[in-house]
Ligand binder design. Structure first.
Ligand code: SF4
Length: 336
């Protein structure tokens, strides 16, 4: 395949995702002994060419269990880091290392260390959308599915520092009634596209529609909060992991479903249940970082073996402990 990949500010371009491209991707993946993992919010053509599609935690587990020498993680940087933390002996590649996450960027290790110094003895709970260095400073990681269980597992008299997502933190505080839970004021830029009034308005305008809220990735935690406080009609609101959302798509009696999450999820839902009218609560809820994993970026990645993601062994070891505690508490959720 002769396509020339061009690097631009917003990502790699210059390649059409046609059958020739897909065949070349598969050929190069075999040559590298690579398994291709695609997050649910990836472009449809990336999802279709991958070996596995799922949420970050499910994909990290697949990565760790895989016999492939190389993991190509089509997602954002912290997800590839988590795959490296759980599978330190593997080569982990991300097609464009500039694919960050505004939520993960809302706290760094230095800020967390300062916050911990203000609350000596507090237990740190971090959402999985954090850098490896922040995970290394964390006692227990959590997903939005098990955040409440994780906080409940901590003795009531201990202070808790919860970061970085303020919506998920507010949800956990309300559910646990815990006043000694301090919440970091971080958020994801995609949250802004799924705001409360808009969500309520769409639900009212579509009274027959179910509302699927995907709690992973941080994209729908504001919706999670609104559903929990009764702003949205409880019987129509389904807070579901990726796997649960796909199962619900196949079994729901509703003819239309509003989906409150990043728009990439619509591709899988429409494939699973073509007879249902799936609509995004907000079409603009698209993560520009996720969309940096273009067909051109994936081709370059497999051709050049770049960009490689590494996590220093000492950081990885401490981060792994907090991730493993997460997996052992409650139902961490995900698309498994
Ligand atoms: S949608 Fe938000 S939380 Fe998810 S990867 Fe993008 S910036 Fe991060």
């Amino acid at each position: 395949m002769a396509a020339t990949v061009e690097r631009t500010e917003s990502g790699y371009v210059g390649v059409t995702a046609d059958a020739e491209w897909a065949a070349e991707i598969r050929r190069l993946a075999d040559e590298r002994d690579a398994v291709l993992l695609a997050h649910n919010y990836q472009l449809p053509e990336i999802q279709d060419v991958a070996d596995h599609t799922g949420d970050s935690l499910a994909l990290s587990r697949i990565a760790a269990a895989s016999s492939a020498a190389t993991i190509v993680f089509c997602g954002v940087h912290f997800m590839a880091e988590t795959a490296k933390i759980l599978g330190p002996d593997k080569t982990v590649l991300i097609p464009d290392e500039r694919a960050g996450c505004s939520l993960a960027d809302s706290i760094d290790a230095e800020q967390l260390r300062s916050w911990k110094a203000e609350h000596p003895g507090a237990v740190v709970v971090s959402y999985v959308n954090t850098t490896a260095e922040v995970k290394a400073e964390t006692d227990i990681c959590c997903t939005s599915s098990n955040a409440v269980d994780v906080v409940r597992s901590i003795p009531a008299e201990r202070e808790v520092l919860f970061c970085p997502d303020q919506f998920l933190g507010a949800h956990v505080r309300r559910e646990t009634g815990r006043e000694n839970l301090h919440v970091w004021a971080g958020e994801c830029h995609v949250h802004a596209g799924i705001n409360g009034p808009e969500l309520t308005e769409r639900a009212e305008a579509n009274p027959e529609a179910d509302l699927f809220i995907h709690p992973e990735c941080g994209c729908a935690t504001s919706a999670l909060y609104l559903a929990g406080d009764g702003t949205l009609p409880e019987e129509r609101v389904k807070i579901l992991s990726t796997g649960g959302m796909l199962d619900a798509a196949r079994s729901t009696g509703a003819s239309s479903v509003l989906v409150a999450t990043e728009v990439g999820m619509l591709h899988q839902l429409r494939s699973a249940a073509p007879e249902i009218d799936f609509r995004a609560v907000n079409e603009r809820a698209s993560c520009r970082y996720m969309k940096m994993i273009t067909p051109a970026a994936l081709l370059r990645c497999l051709r050049e073996g770049a960009d490689e993601v590494d996590v220093p062994a000492e950081v990885a070891e401490r981060a792994r402990a907090s991730v493993e505690r997460m997996v052992s508490i409650g139902r961490p959720g995900g698309g498994e």
